[in-house]
Write a protein that binds this ligand. Structure first.
Ligand code: PMP
Length: 458
């Protein structure tokens, strides 16, 4: 064996560079460093994690020589597992949602894996969902190992063992904030635990796309209505057991457009050849840095590379068709729908308001639902049906506070959310509450949307 060589490609996992951001971060006081996990051999930060999954499964005898690795994956976990399978002689079957780019599917097939594509727009427990299909394949395939990244502790464990320590060594403990996207939560939970054990005051900041469940849950403890978005790999419509949301100190959210424009900037201005969730993480880190406005060291993890997104983020036609470039011919954004109405005009209830007062407020304004706040902070929503349900119970009182009646039948959006998204969202949720950062900027119900669309068509 030659002195400078490694025995196989798996030994080349890790040792990725930590790079200071230049131009893109010039308007913030913080120093922003990016951890280039997209430079791993199979293309993402999942390489270390999947190696840990397979190593631990081999140790426990859960996978035998010649066995089949099965996984529900949005691509990068698949690539890591497929690379390991190639080196160690396993078969692979991957199940993916249909919103994934062609390149991701093709790259898994290139490793010799079988790929099964399933619809995105179904509930996770629907038999057609990619989680359910993966489970069924495991039952049907002899000598198979279900990697199960959404429930396998070896996922956060891989980041605790490898990614966390490497970042810690490179930063010599001088990191103040760690920012990362949230998918399975393996990265934030594993790295976060390692960092907090060494420096408890490190701020862990998650980045979540608008439409995912995490942001509202962290901010209000409510399981609101998820809706679709295009950025791949981050955000969820359920809570995987691999994520420890309590570990987060803060969470910021981003919309597709800002993710994709930032992804393009990172490639063009910083020479970082990265994918969409990297744009998301950096856009989120910059928002956080602006809100803190102080000199500190922020480390942002960049999960995967640009190559798999050529037909989307780096394709002007796709970007234009989806309204992510400026010359867009779309229905507009939520801000246009709210028009000149100021945030002060939004009708709210406080969680300590009495049932009686909320009823009269609804009557006075001719509305049937409204957001509920605790001080300035959104804590949920209340609707006519909730009051009705309460008033027919035995122990009802008009003088009770509405707090305990608050529910979660809403979704939160930003002023920049596209109107097109509201159509599906309002089919599922009672209303959309518009948050401008954490401030309530408005409410959109079905009739508001109908009215807006009717006025447009004249
Ligand atoms: N970005 C991309 C491109 C990913 O594939 C994933 C994994 N789903 C993530 C970010 C999120 O990482 P994690 O699952 O560790 O939270």
């Amino acid at each position: 064996m030659m002195k400078g060589a490694v025995a196989n490609i798996l030994e080349a996992i890790g040792h990725t560079p930590l790079v200071k951001l230049g131009h893109v971060a010039k308007d913030v006081k913080a120093n922003i460093y990016v951890k280039c996990e997209f430079l791993n051999p199979a293309g993402s930060m999942k390489d270390r994690m999947t190696l840990n999954l397979v190593d631990r499964a081999e140790e426990r005898g859960e996978i035998q020589p010649g066995g089949t690795i099965i996984e529900a994956t949005s691509g990068n976990t698949g690539a890591g597992l497929a690379m390991i399978a190639a080196v160690r002689g396993y078969e692979c079957i991957f199940v993916m949602p249909d919103k994934m780019s062609e390149e991701k599917i093709a790259s898994l097939r290139a490793f010799g894996a079988r790929v099964v594509v399933c619809p995105t727009a179904v509930e996770p427990d629907d038999p057609r969902s990619y989680y359910s299909v993966a489970k069924r394949l495991v039952e049907e395939t002899p000598n198979s190992f279900y990697a199960n990244q959404y429930a396998n502790d070896d996922n956060p464990g891989g980041h605790y063992r490898f990614t966390g320590p490497e970042i810690w060594d490179e930063t010599q403990g001088e990191m103040d904030v760690f920012v990362t996207g949230l998918g399975t939560g393996g990265t934030v939970t594993g790295c976060g635990r390692y960092f907090k054990e060494r420096k408890p005051e490190i701020q862990l900041v998650g980045v979540d796309p608008i439409g995912s469940l995490y942001y509202d849950f962290v901010k209000t403890g409510r399981v609101t209505k998820p809706f679709t978005y295009k950025v791949e790999g981050i955000g969820e419509d359920f809570f995987p057991s691999t994520i420890d949301l309590d570990i987060l100190d803060d969470i910021v959210r981003v919309d597709d457009k800002e993710c994709f424009l930032m992804t393009r900037e990172l490639v063009r201005k910083e020479g970082l050849y990265v994918g969409g969730s990297c744009g998301a993480a950096v856009a989120g880190a910059l928002k956080y840095a602006r809100s803190r406005d102080r000199e500190e060291n922020i480390v942002v993890l960049l999960p995967d590379g640009a190559a798999k997104y050529m037909s989307k983020i780096f394709n002007d036609d796709w970007m234009r068709e989806n309204g992510y470039l400026d010359a867009e011919a779309s229905l507009g954004v939520v801000r246009d729908l709210l028009g000149k109405k100021s945030a002060e005009e939004v009708i709210l209830a406080s969680s300590t308001d009495r049932v009686r007062d909320v009823i009269s407020r609804m009557k006075a304004h001719g509305i049937s639902q409204l957001p509920v706040v605790d001080g300035e902070k959104l804590v949920g929503a209340i609707a006519e049906v909730d009051l009705l349900r309460y008033l027919v119970t035995e122990e009802q009182s008009l003088d009770s506070a509405v707090g305990p009646l608050v529910e979660s039948d809403y979704a939160t959006v930003s002023p920049d959310t596209k109107i097109e998204l509201l159509k599906n969202l309002l089919a599922d949720a009672r209303m959309a509450i518009v948050l401008d950062e954490d401030r309530i900027a408005g409410v959109v119900t079905k009739i508001d949307l109908i009215d807006f669309l009717a006025r447009r068509t004249g």
